[in-house]
Write a protein that binds this ligand. Structure first.
Ligand SMILES: *Cc1c(COP(=O)(O)O)cnc(C)c1O
Length: 398
């Protein structure tokens, strides 16, 4: 039995069945490469779902985390911890508007829970929300209520908030759904879990206008798209739109768990003392990692690099279109391959050829590598893609 199979048996015996049994056990990583339990190496083009933004074992993250854990690892929110304060200040600056206030969470779902409570406080008496079909906002009950995939939401309802779902990218449908009872509209800047599907240009601007007409808040869930993934600090910054609330998490901590709910204007002051909290939220070790991530993105000019490499790479990947690959979409290093019915077969074929990518479902492959990805690593995947697609097609015929 291989080391991977031994891990899989133990996993099957003890872990709850919510994840199924993963095909690989990862035991190490360096830069954009990871190693499995049997010593196989992979180019990591999924980065723990858009999380490991500086790759694995980046010296800046290792150093920041090591120093912080040896200094003070936890304070709780009964006390100020300076890394949390500094991270909040940095995030507020990156938003580029005045009056931003920050709640630090542990992850994406809890950043969105904070956003939901903020909206309910800012719009007392309104309990209605609007969100998109096929959206994903997290697995906790509030965030799940907003998640537009019936298969993962419906078994757990009903929920305490009323949510209307509209087709993503359809501005007219959004305008029609938003009314005087709407506390907030929750939108991803691009659908991530649905397979990296960007909206038509101007969608967030139209959403902003629809919210302003009735006094609803616009919440942009940048848990996956924020912190450099699209070549901007926040994906909404590609449009001249200022959301009331922005949530971030995945890429923020470079692999350590931390999220944030950033609010502007009246939403920034909607939560009062005692309204919300988290024991671990904003813990100093995760915040030190996040500060290192932001510093490296800035000092190494990664926003520009992500923007340019993404554009070039999407061109190269698109040139492999034909057969099961119908098209390529996305922005920066957040790329979706349109592969109707072939997603899982391509994920497996890519892994056998040494590349980790992710089938978000039957019809799409998501690519979300570390932001430090080098051009020649990107090229190695473009070069392998035709043979990966062939292998996937043969496996599907067999
Ligand atoms: C992953 C994700 C979440 C949930 O984040 P968790 O850290 O898994 O709770 C929420 N919103 C979006 C857009 C995501 O991609």
């Amino acid at each position: 039995m291989s080391a991977t199979e031994a891990f899989q048996r133990r996993w099957d015996a003890t872990m709850m069945r919510n994840y199924g049994t993963p095909p690989v056990a990862l035991v190490g990583g360096s830069g954009c490469r990871v190693t499995d339990a049997d010593g196989r190496e992979y180019l990591d083009l999924i980065a723990g779902i858009a999380v490991s933004s500086l790759g694995h074992a980046h010296p800046a993250v290792v150093d920041a985390v090591s120093k912080q854990v040896a200094t003070i690892a936890h304070t709780s929110n009964l006390f100020i911890n300076p890394p949390a304060l500094q991270l909040a200040e940095r995030l507020a600056e990156l938003m580029g508007v005045d009056g931003v206030r920050v709640f630090l969470s542990n992850d994406g779902a809890t950043a969105n829970e904070a956003a939901i409570k903020t909206a309910l406080r800012a719009r007392p008496g309104r309990r209605r929300f609007v969100a998109a079909e096929n959206s994903f906002h997290g697995r906790t009950l509030g965030a799940l209520a907003l998640t537009g995939k019936a298969a993962i939401r419906e078994p757990f309802g009903p929920f305490g908030i009323d949510v209307a779902f509209v087709p993503y990218g359809d501005a007219a449908a959004l305008v029609a759904a938003v009314d005087g009872d709407t506390a907030a509209v929750f939108l991803e800047p691009t659908l991530g879990e649905a397979g990296v599907i960007p909206p038509p240009a101007g969608y967030l601007t139209a959403a902003r206008a629809a919210c302003d007409t009735v006094g609803a808040l616009l919440v942009v869930d940048e848990v996956q798209g924020g912190i450099g993934r699209t070549g901007a600090w926040f994906a909404h910054q590609h449009e001249a739109v200022v959301p009331d609330i922005v949530t971030v998490a995945k890429g923020l901590g470079g692999g350590l768990p931390v999220g944030a709910c950033l609010a502007t204007g009246e939403a920034a002051v909607a939560l009062q003392k005692g309204d919300h909290g988290s024991t671990f939220g904003g813990n100093p070790v995760s915040c030190a990692a996040a500060l290192a991530v932001i510093d490296v993105i800035e000092s190494e000019g990664l926003l520009k690099q992500v923007d340019e490499l993404g554009e070039e790479w999407m061109g190269a990947l698109g040139a492999c279109s034909g057969g099961v690959l119908k098209g390529v979409r996305g922005r920066g290093l957040w790329i979706g391959l349109d592969v109707p019915g072939a997603g899982p077969a391509i994920e497996t074929a890519a892994r056998r050829q040494g590349f980790l990518v992710n089938a978000t479902g039957p019809d799409a492959i998501r690519i979300a590598p570390p932001l430090i990805l080098a051009a020649d690593d990107a090229e190695s995947f473009s070069a392998a893609l035709p043979s990966i697609l062939d292998a996937a097609s043969s496996a599907m015929e067999a």
